[in-house]
Design a protein around this ligand. Structure first.
Ligand code: F6R
Length: 364
């Protein structure tokens, strides 16, 4: 039931503070500021590296997790697109944990990658929404994302849920392995408890996004740039715009622009720059200036701060809430979901069922 919403996608975006809260309640012991992951089937010493595998949006949450794993643990991390992984000559390693991320739990390529790992007797874990799914059933261990049924074909709340569960796993492995200092761990959990509220406040960036969205639908194409923790979100923002508004959008690491894509920038081209005030801020802002100098219309998405952004000629700025660096990706995601939503709405497209796509991709 869509309730008062026009589309399931709109409803699922607005539900995110609640779905995140529900998920936090499942995993976080709020009194002791600890994370509970019950029945983890392996001894922590048996795991020295992690491989994360998924398709589409789920792959983007794998990429996000790589940044968090590297920041908060000393584990070696690789990520893979399921349709690539399944046909490569992989080096299977006994001390590696294979993590499969899938909303539906039925994606053919992701299942095939899991099956391959199982046949090689690897340690397999899945991060799913649908717990009665093939991927959940056939993995050694399941971490549900607890976000409720997702109906919109374009994933929104499930992406947030995947990121949340992966982040929770990162912190837990970080503390168990003693990679994370106890105080830092406690602080990160305290911060995490505030996430639903911060997402709720960030949902209010609505009107500005609505106004700028027509520039994205009218343009030949657009780019989404970010560095570090913001790079996976840039990829996800571009994917959402492609699949919903049927316009070309490219997600790119901001530092790579000089190596080719800068040639695409022409007068009036809309470019989203994700530049929260983390360690990458200055670098990203300088990349932003380079695209502005070539005529790009920049929609800057950053977080609220005392200091002003000292750059001229920015077309529009959207401010998300502030949070610790680890949590900024969740907040940056929200305006990008809305951007894709309003772009598709303006064109009158079928938002909950974009053309050529299916919710569950059960064929390769
Ligand atoms: C994009 C989207 C797809 C899915 C992908 C994997 O909005 O929804 O890219 O993320 O098809 O699906 P699951 O997560 O069900 O394996």
């Amino acid at each position: 039931d869509k309730g008062d919403f026009k589309h399931f996608m709109a409803k699922e975006i607005e539900e995110q503070p609640t779905t995140l809260k529900n998920c936090i309640n499942e995993y976080v012991d709020k009194i002791n500021n600890d994370i509970n992951i019950y029945n983890f089937p392996w001894n922590i010493k048996e795991i020295s590296s992690v491989t994360l595998i998924g398709c589409g949006t789920a792959y983007h949450s794998c990429l996000m997790a790589k940044y968090w794993f590297e920041e908060n643990t000393t584990l070696e991390v690789t990520i893979d697109i399921a349709s690539e992984f399944r046909y490569r000559k992989n080096r299977f390693k006994d001390d590696n944990l294979y993590i499969f991320v899938s909303q539906s739990g039925e994606t053919a390529d992701t299942y095939a990658a899991l099956d391959l790992c199982n046949k090689n007797n690897m340690k397999t874990c899945s991060v799913v929404n649908v717990i009665e799914s093939s991927i959940a059933r056939d993995s050694n261990f399941v971490l549900p994302i607890h976000c409720g049924q997702e109906i919109g074909v374009a994933s929104t709340k499930a992406f947030m849920g995947q990121m949340l569960v992966l982040y929770i796993l990162v912190l837990k492995l970080g503390i168990l392995r003693k990679d994370l200092d106890k105080d830092l761990y406690l602080n990160k959990i305290k911060d995490l408890k505030l996430l639903p509220k911060l997402v709720e406040q960030t949902l209010l960036t609505e009107s500005k996004i609505q106004t700028v969205s027509s520039s994205f639908t009218d343009a030949k194409g657009s780019m989404f740039l970010g560095r570090g923790f913001s790079y996976p979100i840039a990829l996800e923002g571009a994917l959402k715009l492609k699949e919903l508004a049927y316009v070309h959008a490219e997600g790119y690491p901001a530092g790579e622009m000089k190596h080719g894509p800068l040639a695409l920038i022409e007068d009036g081209m809309p470019v989203v720059v994700l530049a929260p005030r983390d360690n990458y801020y200055k670098k990203t802002i300088s990349n932003m200036q380079e695209v502005i100098a070539r005529g790009a219309k920049v929609l800057l998405i950053t977080n609220k701060s005392k200091d002003e952004v000292f750059s001229e000629n920015i077309w529009e700025t959207v401010l998300v809430e502030s949070a610790n660096d680890d949590l900024l990706p969740f907040l940056l995601t929200v305006p990008l979901q809305k951007l894709a939503y309003y772009s598709a709405l303006k064109k009158g497209y079928d938002i909950d069922k974009p053309r050529n796509l299916a919710k569950s991709v059960t064929v390769e």
